[in-house]
Design a protein around this ligand. Sequence first.
Ligand code: ACM
Ligand code: ZN
Length: 634
Amino acid sequence: MQKTTHMKKWLLMLAVASFMLGYVSCSNDNDETSASLALIPAPQGVSVKAGHFKLTRRAAITLDTSNPELIAIAQYFNNKIVPATGFDVPVEKHGKIEFKLTEDTSLGTEGYHLLVKRGDITLTANKPAGIFYGVQTLLQMLPPEIKSSTKQENIDWTIPCADITDKPQFPWRGMMLDVSRHWFTKEEVKKYIDELAEYKMNVFHWHLTDDQGWRIEIKSLPRLTEIGAWRAPRVGQWWQRERQQPGEETSYGGFYTQEEIKEVLAYAAERYVRVIPEIDVPGHSVATLVAYPELACMKAPDAVNVGNKFYGEDENTLCIGKDFTFEFMDKVLTEVAALFPDEYIHIGGDECFKGFWHKCPDCQARMKAENLKNEEELQSYFIHRMGDLLKSKGKKLIGWDEILEGGLTPDATVMSWRGMEGGIKSAKAGHHVIMTPSEHCYLDLWQGEPSVEPDTYSMCRLKDAYSFNPVPDGVPADMILGGQGNLWAESLPTFRHAEYMAWPRGWALAEVLWSGPSKTNWEQFYPRVEKHFERAYYAQINYARSMYNAIITSRYNKEGILEIKLESEPGNLDIYYTFDNTDPDNFTPKYHSPLQVPKDATWLRVVTYRDNRPIGKVITLTIKELEKRAGKRE
Ligand code: ACM
Ligand code: ZN
């Protein structure tokens, strides 16, 4: 007895030791092999094995055919592979690929376990959403040609053998699209949803109204879309556009009928994407006031805004003094709440200029009657009433962090965009928070050297998106639902350009939000991004290669001499430059340390190379521009 126990102990120790050894070698293996799979977002646990599974029509998928969600996921998988492979994988009784729901609650509602062996694949999850995310992983393990919309010949459709256990860090992994500043069709919106779902994002925030267009049919308020959805056509710089002229046709715009919205909602639901509508009030309301001038404080503007130039001149806020405003909001939110199944409705609340309220007799009367000290409290009063209205319809309110001003509405969820401060304060006060600080999450900003980027402002590089941590120290982590990328559309005249701005920064956010900020590793991330460029190429999805362009910074040193620093975002590109007005290449000087400007030079030209081939754009900056960027001499 004694001896057996001793033996057992010894055996146990041996087992533990070999497990630990196995674990160590497996985790060593991990980095290298997970890199070889190039999955975005990186899964929580991967071990790649020798060999592969060959995907053919004969593989067949087995699942519980009484579960329509599993059948729909198999259909989704087939829709993704048929164009490139030319075959589908039917659902059959004894297939080699099994989708299986289990009682494994450790996987949560979105986690999955994917085991790929030479002869079969088993994908298990606690809920269908987990099966859907396992399918995304499986699709990413196929060669990049799988993304093509035309049949690809002579490709081995193989999936490397692997054992993957995965689940997300955050429940809210979002991407916003502004469809007001520029109009995107229903099909384009679907494409955006499809693209974000492939990276395991699960929230589509739909910014449906703003000064430049009201985009959702409200049946009880038809002028919102008859009038508010249309503006004069303009191209060129958003901030420089000429107002709509008298008699000019309002030919630019569009809106979604409620039937079209239902179609988008069904499409999103098939991809396990929640859709959060935003009705941006009480500011950002030029289009609304043009449609229903009774909502203005004193004088409604006479045309939907074509750009961003007229703030503080044209009224763009709903009057909080008039009862009509609350009747209007009741009608809007009743229809929105009936249409959108999600528990949340976003009511905006951002950047509300309060100058008109200050001058408006009705607003001032409301402040007096409600004992409100200032216009901030008037905004808070309005948001409170919107919170009550939504509650009566079984919905919860989300607002931008300005809703903190004048007192936060009970139960409101805060979307923090002006940095993290509003989010931190709200989380500490017991409110749920979605972090979207502009410095990490604003996908409308430049993503590389501005002189070679399409027009916009400020900077949010791929690395800035990737270094996002939605849970700063000292914040109650359980109050942070997650984060999202915000794609504002002031400078997005086409959907193709929207994609350019969304990817790869959206992939970086997808990884932060799924894998978790503690798991991120830039050195391993950008090579995976490069592999996804290839996938995007086959899919004909636009993306930005801005990370390859040199980062050029200038400053005055202690002696007051201009010094120029050249870097690359990947960190390992070769950078060549000229000051002599010739094109830089790998035979012109190579950058090693900060440069000083040779006498009489007018321009600096810079280009990045990898393996003796150009990879970034040629950047040309005047020395004057570099002086300007350097700021004042010390
Ligand atoms: C915002 O960017 N105005 C939320
Ligand atoms: Zn007013």
